[in-house]
Design a protein around this ligand. Structure first.
Ligand code: GTP
Ligand code: MG
Length: 370
């Protein structure tokens, strides 16, 4: 059975802890603020104070959401999820754009692509790679801090003329902390001042030992501008992905992570979601962070409406009650009442957190470390 401290219950009820202690004493239970009481006693107290009882708890969420592990034989290969990181102006955007050009499907469609925070390229051999176009390692760290480890591989972009810069080094630290394999893309090699060997040497100082230096970190010289080295980079990503043997069960209720979310003027709240496992379908009822909803439409990175999205597929989700946060989980549940219940519970936890402790922002935590 669930137990809760008097203080915690007081916080949730927005009542004074001392008042609860007093009431408990009257009920014949002499307890202190830090002691725990069982759920029945808690409910009694809640009624005593005239609050509505909500029996939703973390364990109810587990019941509402299928969190079971996947059986090994249910796993199918899935595309790798690659995040591009690096110092500002080192060519992340340009490289992503150039890589997009390698998408055969996109090439055939030839339309204007809509920008979403994540996209997938389909290669000549029909294999796919998902790229996360996040604003950089800040978003990456934020997601990780929230327990959302969605990245399989990091491509570290280093401009060959500029070399290792503060954000390059930060990105190295974040990647190592996440335990994610890294591929170094030495960019702008078309420039006269480019010195790729110097980059490889400087990387040694940060314990990134590339193959030429006797290590096992893959690196590739590219020019996003001249579109050279791209096939090599793709090949190295595929090689790395093969080693990781990435798989997921597509045949279960959809589960994913919010990459970014916004309030769209015409369409309402829109979340770009990366499906982690299972399949997300139009009409599915879901919880997304402290919001809920029913999938009204799924839009892929090419702006097309699709019916369903499987593992490693980035997709825009429409039909949400409000705007969730980056890193929030999206989970398909059985019905709308359940979805609202879970969302409301999470909302109450959020409110409680806000009123009790003002959490230090990641920003301030990191600047404190510097
Ligand atoms: P985001 O932070 O994602 O916006 O990308 P970024 O700031 O890392 O770099 P961006 O792609 O915006 O490129 C910065 C500048 O470098 C632009 O002026 C690009 O044209 C230039 N650039 C990018 N790649 C190359 C390259 O391979 N060669 C040369 N000569 N210039 C490049
Ligand atoms: Mg830029």
């Amino acid at each position: 059975p669930e137990a809760i401290t008097v203080q915690e219950l007081a916080n949730r009820m927005a009542e004074k802890g001392a008042d609860l202690v007093k009431a408990l004493f009257k009920m014949g239970m002499p307890v202190t603020m830090t002691q725990t009481i069982d759920q029945d006693t808690a409910e009694l107290l809640v009624t005593e104070f005239g609050h509505n009882i909500s029996r939703v708890s973390e364990s109810d969420i587990d019941l509402a959401i299928d969190v079971s592990e996947d059986a090994p034989d249910s796993l199918r290969p899935r595309p790798p999820v690659v995040t591009i990181m690096g110092h500002v102006d080192h060519g992340k955007t340009s490289l992503l754009d150039a890589l997009r050009g390698t998408d055969v499907v996109r090439g055939e469609a030839g339309g204007i692509t809509q920008h979403i925070g994540a996209y997938q390229v389909t290669l000549k051999d029909k294999s796919r790679i998902t790229f996360l176009d996040t604003p950089g390692h800040e978003a990456f760290t934020q997601m990780r801090a929230r327990g959302a480890n969605v990245t399989d591989i990091v491509v570290l972009v280093v401009a060959a003329d500029d070399g290792l810069m503060p954000q390059t080094i930060e990105a190295i630290h974040h990647t190592k902390a996440a335990g994610v394999p890294m591929i170094v893309a030495i960019n702008k090699v078309d420039k006269y001042e480019a010195n790729p060997q110097r980059v490889r040497e400087r990387l040694l100082e940060h314990e990134v030992v590339v193959e030429e230096m006797g290590g096992d970190v893959q690196n590739v010289e590219v020019s996003a501008l001249k579109k050279t080295g791209l096939d090599d980079l793709i090949e190295k990503i595929q090689l790395q992905a093969e080693l990781l043997e990435l798989s997921a069960n597509p045949d279960r209720p959809g589960e994913g992570t919010v990459i970014e979310a916004k309030l769209d003027k015409g369409r309402g709240p829109v979340a770009t979601v990366l499906v982690n496992r299972g399949t997300l379908r139009v009409g599915d009822v879901f919880v997304i962070g402290a919001e809920s909803g029913k999938v009204r439409a799924l839009v892929d990175d090419k702006g097309r409406q699709i019916k369903e999205a499987g593992p490693a597929m980035p997709v825009e989700v429409l039909g949400i009650s409000g705007v969730p946060s980056a890193g929030d989980p999206i989970q398909v549940v059985e019905n709308e009442a359940r979805a609202r219940e879970v969302a409301e519970y999470r909302q109450s936890v959020l409110t409680q957190k806000r009123t009790t402790t003002a959490p230090a922002s990641l920003e301030s935590m990191f600047s404190a470390l510097r």
